[in-house]
Write a protein that binds this ligand. Sequence first.
Ligand code: GUN
Length: 291
Amino acid sequence: MTATIIDGKAFAATVRGQVAEHVARLKQEHDITPGLAVVLVGEDPASRVYVRSKGKMTVEVGMNSWEHKLDADTPEADLLALIDRLNNDPAVHGILVQLPLPKHLDEDLVINAIDPAKDVDGFHISNVGLLGTGQKSMVPCTPLGCLMMLRDHHGSLSGMDAVVIGRSNIVGKPMAQLLLGDSCTVTIAHSRTKALADVVRRADIVVAAVGRPEMVPGDWIKPGATVIDVGINRIDAPEKGEGKTRLVGDVAYDSCAAVAGAITPVPGGVGPMTIACLLANTLTACCRANG
Ligand code: GUN
């Protein structure tokens, strides 16, 4: 079997187009422009790239975008004061503090200082609790993007066996909650899982979010299963020339694509959907704030 490639790039462009249409209508009919504030502390190169990309796409869909760049040694009190200011600014509908934060900052404290209604990452403890109990919440962007691709491909996910590899608060745990909400039978696997290959082989849906390059080989995949690869890992690519690198996911793409029914590529799969969902969450926050 050769897998269908789930084109996250194209799907994300469609979602961004829908967001842009809605933003234009809000502006025209209600004179409201959704706004997203992104806070970056320090100089982490990958984070800078992500933040720039988020800002660019926010503007492209017609929203207001603010970037707050703070020094790596910014005191916690200063960061909390900025968040307080953004919480109280009616033009700001979404607030995202880029993670990871420098070590001297308490990530939980900072995230939980964001107004839950503006927490477009869905990381605030209130949103985590609401999602876990099946109530209306802000849903973390990466798992939301994965769910949208799965629903688009399968229609109903009801009764399917899903294995999520990875138990992070950002991806693994909320992904499992969302799949459970769609009536999948969900297993969360991780680095201590015994007989991981056998666990993964049972799955109709595999979501790999471990951050280990090409960790899942094709012979772990049940024929016809759907594979969602959340990993973005940069590895050496000597075949492309000295010092060259390439991006790979958490699954060995070629061997998995030979067995799976459908698979997301890296790049061009989950990544673009994450930003599209961030924009969709900002629009949702704006609509909720304005009744
Ligand atoms: N760092 C890596 N992924 C994310 C994300 O989804 N949100 C935030 N705020 N930081 C991240």
